[in-house]
Design a protein around this ligand. Sequence first.
Ligand SMILES: *Cc1c(COP(=O)(O)O)cnc(C)c1O
Length: 378
Amino acid sequence: MNERIYMSSPDVGELEEEAVLAAMRSGWIAPLGPDVDAFEAKLALRIGVAHGVALSSGTSALHLGLLTLGAKPGDVVVTSTMTFAATTNAIMYTGAEPYFIDCLPETGNMDPELLRRGLIRLAEEGRRVAAILPVDLLGKAADYTNILAIADEFEVPVLSDAAESLGATHKGTAAGSFGAASVFSFNGNKIMTTSGGGMLMTDDAEFADHVRYLATQARQPVVHYEHADVGYNYRMSNLLAALGRAQLSRLDEMIAKRRTVRNLYKELFSRIDGVEVFGVEGDEEDNVWLTAISIDESVTGFSPDKFASALARQNIESRPIWKPMHLQPVFSRFQGEISGVAEQLFRTNLTLPSGSALKPTQREFVLDKISAFIGGRK
Ligand SMILES: *Cc1c(COP(=O)(O)O)cnc(C)c1O
């Protein structure tokens, strides 16, 4: 049996090995150190924001971003239903309630009209909305043009979950630079990795300082240990920041490799009725983190499930896109503006091996097996 082919494996090599070893030999192991400072500065420069705060995960970055915006019990945070649970979990940690907004069928990103409807309803109910938390799905930035305009109108700050969209742009402006603050993830399956980590990006020095303060146990700036707030141990270690710096230097190369994979899928599926690559419109601006396909069973005669099982038999990983949050047992009691689009995408869409660590032979293998499955059914 061939080695298992994953959707998005870490893409690390000699450069990363050397960077981690050099950091270790420098004596700056943990918690902080010069690699953390340099990693923050480099990424902030690339994104075009003033500050980055390196943290232990994207989830912890979302948590501290929400706390800094004042999210607390009794408040509402308006967010995308089409996302990974981490987005909603971070809201739950603050004690605020999530309010779920359904998505646009073309992108899976937050539908601005439904956002507006939700904000009107919440205002009528007299609820305080602490933040709007849109998500950039699968490496495509949300519609910030409209989301930020609506947020302004209702005077609600935006925290952007850009965990999946590092390197993408929206109308030429970098993902991770929209709203009051944004969050990146460097989990092992993301576009670049620190093995586990995240960063909060903001133009606001006070915002960044507050996140740093909360992330280091909320220590007051005095020699004895003085604490006026509940703090967290959420900073990134220097060793992992060294890995991050090496990965960041290869980000464009890694995005280009993912784009090659995307284009191979586009070519293959252009010849297959009833299967479309998801979200291709405007994807030159995406980082193409994961490629998903939409399967119309009434045309293909096979279900997404059948297709996924055929790949699984070849030891190839694929999955449905995120199961919407409003359908999750843990979150189903919360309200929202639900149109059914996210649920539809969940039922028809599959994400496929898309990573930059895929070898050309593995890419060919996946394409061959897909062709064989579809050809064999005709
Ligand atoms: C990966 C991811 C996160 C969480 O990031 P971690 O670094 O794994 O904590 C948050 N939101 C979205 C949309 C993600 O895909």
